[in-house]
Design a protein around this ligand. Sequence first.
Ligand code: UD1
Ligand code: CA
Length: 459
Amino acid sequence: MALRVLILAAGKGTRMNSSKPKVVHSLLNKPMINYVLDSVEKLKPQKTYLVVGYKKDLIENAVSPSFKNVDYIFQKEQLGTGHAIKVSKNVIEKYKGDVLILNGDCPGVLPATLKRLIDKHKKEKSAVSLITAKVSKPRGYGRIIRDNKGNISKIVEEKDSTSLQKKIDEINSGIYCVNSEFLWTSLSKIKSNNKQNEYYLPDIIENAVNSKKNVSVLKVSNADEILGINTRQELSMQENIIRENTINKLQRKGITVIDRATTYIAPDVKIGKDTVISPNTYLYGNTTIGGECTIGPNVYIENSKISSNVNIRFSSYLDNCKVDQNVTIGPFAHLRPEANIGKDAKIGNFVEIKKSDIGTGSKVPHLSYIGDATLGKGVNIGAGSITCNYDGVNKHRTDIGDDVFIGSDSMLVAPVVIGKGSTTAAGSTITKDVEEFSLAIERNQQKIIKGWNKRKKKD
Ligand code: UD1
Ligand code: CA
């Protein structure tokens, strides 16, 4: 489809009262701008441009690197939405076709709705088309002014509106599909003689009407989708709408969510059937969870891949890790980036794992730190054992073979190799490689001083 997209994100977002640009603020831990890009990229446009200005580096950092089709246009001074498009002219002027324009502060918009707008625009051979909706609180939005036949005649911004116009509850979404030739001629006519001394993009509507061009209006029944975010209140309200919609979708697919009020699941998270999500659980980023799992209560998982039939128990925290089938994690476990837990393994309470492969059926049940290590199959790590992976300058690896038994309170000073089938004695500090099937013991002899306690009492 010959389509180019312009997303406006150069403004500061003054009403957020923030030192960051508005569109980098997150909903369910995902920056606002990535929601808009997600929807837009589903339309497979030739190119998507982000118009940036205020603290543009922060926006470029927030945009997910998975969006390969995005270019940036710099609007040095923010003189209004119309001006933002004007500065884009020399970048895309050669392109002839439809341009989809939307605000970067509209994370709820669905690709199907954008598609409906474009289809209507093409079918009605319009110069410009836009999405509107009736809302209960129109304050702050541009109002749709219709003539006595009910046709759109113009858009009036809140600050320029009369008290009568303020009562109009049909609002401009800030989402337009515009024919490129019309866009450039129309923009050249826009003036900034309004209350905000800004060039208003919505003025192209009145311009189209005056020059007898077709204008299509797609009035959507669900206004939630097109709500713009200007304030922190609106940010949390829209987050809640997206959160509720995501939970609805999952529940329809056969996932149990016990407490909707305290469950935060980002829209990209995929979950299999018959998984049960307990209260106060956060599932963020690019996370997938298989079927028949139990998650929570009080669990945080981000950018992780969890297989089926996994049990992640109370107060566990997982970030960028992989967990295979039939594994139990927690309670109170911390899986850090690149923890890779094999099938049937068990990670118990107060255990931290980082950048380590844990083999099939291996167990790290209590109070351990495993970092930069490889554990084979059927390994048992006794309580309180630690891989000492850091010498203060460099990180070193620990390699533990199949069926190794690490006695409680073993300190494995890396780099070190513990051969398969071997055992380390409880309380040992292991600094040398251990041969297969042997016992490594590093301990002083125990002394017994007979009657010592009786003597002590007499003193
Ligand atoms: C805008 C519309 C309004 C509509 C509403 C929908 C205008 C004048 N008004 O109002 O009719 O109902 O959106 O949410 O367009 N931006 C730039 N450069 C600028 C100014 C703004 O890139 O010079 C960007 C902002 O960063 C923002 C978007 O454009 O992402 C919209 O600007 P904002 O100030 O939020 O417009 P609204 O007052 O919400
Ligand atoms: Ca806005």
